[in-house]
Design a protein around this ligand. Structure first.
Ligand code: 13P
Length: 251
């Protein structure tokens, strides 16, 4: 059985004080949730204080990015060990915004995934097609390439702990989403690729969806057997909305 995972990606939002306030409120709202794994990914600057706040709670901590080297002269970068040391158990890798604005590629994502695993972090690997690729019916081809290139060289044990996030770029921050059937079809396809790459791993891997998730559409998505959770951007910034998403099954 795969435990569902709901992630709040706060992106470049919230000061330390704002982040602390939000996490305190979230802790209360979702204290009795046991069926969903809850993860928040704040900015680097808030990780330390949030880690103190969520100790003994059901909230897990993740970073939004790492560099692949362990230490050295890499001005402005943060290493996987530092992220683990500040209390994170997860890290987002290859988010489309990193690919779009910071020129990350499948190759750099692959290096970061390996470095994350080595430091004991679980990578959440983001894949997804652009609007142009969707219009040109290239979605499946692109996803296959991204999965294969991002995971190249990963040992079977590592491959089973990775989380895949399918985030169609045209759905991020636009209010548009694929239908739950379309997402299910792509997640099933990702599982099939996994099955071709690794023996007996595909059924263990969690594949979550991201892109304009809100408290109205989440339950439809979560009905599907291959949708194992959500990666939530803007709707995770409002505690009330985010906790409603986490507790979707009660509404
Ligand atoms: P939105 O939920 O704001 O569309 O963002 C999705 C996302 O990029 C999560 O990583």
């Amino acid at each position: 059985m795969r435990k569902s995972l709901i992630v709040g990606n706060w992106k470049m939002n919230k000061t330390i004080q704002e982040a602390l306030k939000a996490v305190k409120a979230l802790k209360n709202e979702i204290a009795d949730v046991t069926d969903i794994e809850i993860l928040i990914c704040p900015s680097f600057t808030s990780l330390y204080i949030i880690n103190n706040e969520i100790k003994n709670s059901n909230i897990n901590l993740g970073a939004q990015n790492i560099f692949w080297e362990t230490k050295g002269s890499f001005t402005g970068e943060v290493s996987p060990i530092m992220i683990k040391n500040v209390g994170c158990s997860y890290v987002l890798i290859g988010h489309s915004e990193r690919r779009q604005y910071f020129y990350e590629t499948n190759k750099t994502a692959n290096k970061k995934i390996k470095a994350a695993l080595l430091a004991g972090l679980i990578p959440i690997v983001c894949v997804g097609e652009t609007l142009r690729e969707k219009k040109e019916n290239m979605t499946f081809k692109i996803i296959k390439k991204q999965i294969k290139q991002n995971l190249v060289g990963l040992a079977i044990g590592d491959a089973s702990s990775v989380v895949i996030a399918y985030e169609p770029i045209w759905a991020i921050g636009t209010g548009k989403t694929p239908t739950s059937n379309q997402i299910e079809e792509i997640h099933f396809f990702i599982r099939k690729i996994y099955d071709e790459m690794y023996k007996n791993v595909a059924e263990k891997v969690r594949i979550i969806y991201g892109g304009s998730i809100n408290s109205d559409n989440i339950s439809e998505f979560m009905k599907k057997s291959n949708i194992d959770g959500g990666l939530v951007g803007s709707a995770s910034l409002e505690t009330k909305v985010f906790s409603r998403i986490i507790k979707y099954s009660r509404f």
